[in-house]
Design a protein around this ligand. Structure first.
Ligand code: DGL
Length: 280
């Protein structure tokens, strides 16, 4: 039987399948340093990108429930695949049963909102996991706000494994970075803006910049999501009051602690303490 959720204020939960959400978390901590954060990476089951809708939904719901149980009132899915495949169902079907006063937010909407002001050609590319591309979330959300924008998506199934396995800077990564960028531009040569629609991809940014034509603007999500969270907390003072503010950050992983600590330290440029948990 599920224990009742605590009503005391708690940290902001940040969830990703693995390390990618750290690119979002570090911007949140930069823009909103006063808050407490609880980061959860489901590294043992990452990547999510090639998994079915049902499995991504099931895993994401387990993570959200765990973060609620650990005191979070607000959870950010710092993962496009989870935002594309699980967010809406969790908001509509699960939240009312778990606790209608808690909130789960994603990363796709804040990204899409900014696009209209960036593209001049009105041709936008999206690089993301196979799951996010297949869900059509980006074209659907962009069309709602900017019906004149033409969206072309390209799945990059090798990029998350490169990042998760610490090979983002390796020479071997160049082949796959160049391949997907060339294929995307080959589909529509009028693209002037490319969304990195996966939170792992900023870790490949030095290589992505090498192969992306200079005329194309690269949009990564960290700042956009952090700004949108800042705005959300300003507009929702009731939720803001439920978020503790001691400037701390706690890290949880479903894989080995030392493995996470070593890889995360590379991304965050700091030593961190990590706790292992189980979601099953
Ligand atoms: N970082 C995630 C995203 O933004 C998930 C990648 C994966 O697990 O495949 O899509």
């Amino acid at each position: 039987m599920r224990l009742p959720l605590s009503t005391s204020p708690g940290p902001i939960g940040v969830f990703d399948s693995g390390y990618g959400g750290l690119t979002i978390l570090s911007k949140m901590r930069e823009f909103l340093p006063q808050y407490d954060y609880l980061y959860l990476g489901d590294n043992a089951r990452s990547p999510y990108g090639s998994r079915s809708f049902e499995v991504v939904y099931e895993f994401t719901l387990q993570a959200v429930e765990k973060l609620f149980e650990m005191g979070c009132h607000l959870v950010i899915l710092a993962c496009n695949t989870a935002s594309a495949k699980a967010l809406r169902t969790i908001q509509m079907n699960n939240l009312p049963l778990l606790d209608a006063n808690r909130r789960v937010l994603g990363v796709i909407r804040p990204t899409v909102e900014t696009i209209g002001a960036i593209t001049h050609s009105r041709h936008v590319g999206v690089l993301a996991t196979a799951g996010t591309i297949k869900s059509e979330s980006y074209p659907l959300e962009i069309k709602k706000l900017y019906p004149d924008i033409m969206v072309t998506g390209k799945a990059c199934p090798m990029w998350v494994p490169l990042v998760e396995n610490g090979e983002a800077d390796a020479v071997g990564a160049d082949y796959f970075v160049e391949k997907y960028i060339t294929e995307l531009i080959g589909q529509d040569d009028r693209i002037d803006t490319v969304i990195l629609g996966c939170t792992h991809y900023p870790l490949l940014l030095p290589k992505i910049k090498t192969y992306m034509p200079d005329s194309i603007q690269i949009v990564s999500q960290g700042e956009l999501v952090a700004n949108s969270l800042k705005d959300y907390l300003r507009r929702h003072s009731d939720m803001d009051a439920k978020c503790t503010k001691n400037g701390t950050c706690r890290y949880l992983t479903t894989e080995a602690e030392d493995k996470f600590a070593e890889s995360a330290a590379r991304f965050l440029n700091e030593e961190i303490k990590v706790e292992r948990i189980s979601l099953e």
